[in-house]
Design a protein around this ligand. Structure first.
Ligand SMILES: N[C@@H](CCC(=O)N[C@@H](CS)C(=O)NCC(=O)O)C(=O)O
Length: 235
């Protein structure tokens, strides 16, 4: 595809400014990773709200960009070799933005791969496990009222993962030490979501994880996070 208008999604969510990056999202823990990263980097972008209440993510236009019917997704009109690129999967998008701009990722190879490691830890561990925890704790509690196993399993797994983070953050400001990276941006919205989204702070004993709590506060209070956490605004 050589132009933004060649992407079918743009017929349903037209670009006001086709020269800048287009973000299709909703302010969920996965969605805000990209808006927060874009705000940190300072790359101009246009955000389009994909409403789950309207099943926007199931429309043929959205599926043409992400056949996996999930936010976030982007189109960058200025992709590799100056040609547009469409991408889904928040981890891939974060890596793309970091590589494109040289920001939010260390320059040295060891730092680079360690950052990727922690992004993968979020995408393969924190996201799916916290997501299943939230499903049973908040959204499907009635379905497991007579069977404690799902809650036990995901509560234990969520606490175990929080323990891994606590160990990493015990002596450092951010996941990669002093440097704020896409690893922080990938993970902190999910940890924040345990209390803000699922209201599960007490159930999970979140107060046990002192370093994690201080780090979430540190990340969430950055101006780019305050802005990115609300993008795109819900209806
Ligand atoms: N692995 C994906 C997960 C994305 C994801 O689960 N997005 C959720 C919102 S947080 C979604 O779009 N759900 C809509 C649906 O499943 O229909 C990523 O990191 O981008």
């Amino acid at each position: 595809m050589s132009r933004l208008s060649d992407f079918p999604i743009t017929s349903r969510w037209p670009a006001k400014n086709p020269d800048i990056l287009q973000l299709y999202s909703l302010p969920t823990p996965n969605g805000v990773k990209v808006s927060i990263a874009l705000e940190e980097i300072g790359l101009p972008y246009e955000a389009h709200l994909i409403s789950f209440s309207n099943d926007d993510q199931m429309t043929p236009e959205f599926l043409s960009l992400n056949p996996n019917n999930k936010i976030p997704a982007i189109i960058d009109p200025d992709g590799p070799e100056g040609k547009p690129i469409g991408l889904f999967e928040s981890g891939a998008i974060l890596l793309y933005l970091a590589e494109k701009t040289g920001k939010l990722i260390p320059n040295d190879p060891v730092g680079l791969y360690k950052t990727i490691q922690w992004v993968m830890f979020q995408v393969g561990g924190i996201g799916p496990m916290f997501g299943q925890f939230g499903h049973f704790y908040k959204y499907a509690a009635d379905k497991v009222a007579n069977n404690p196993y799902p809650m036990e399993r995901y509560t234990n797994e969520a606490r175990r993962l929080l323990g891994v983070l606590e160990g990493q953050l015990m002596d450092s400001a951010f996941i990669m030490g002093d440097e704020y990276t896409i690893a922080d941006i990938a993970i902190f919205p999910w940890v924040r979501g345990l209390s803000e989204g699922y209201n599960a702070a007490e159930h999970l004993g979140l107060s046990d994880f002192h370093a994690v709590n201080a780090w979430v506060e540190r990340c969430a209070s950055r101006p780019a996070s305050i802005k990115g956490l609300e993008i795109p605004p819900r209806d």
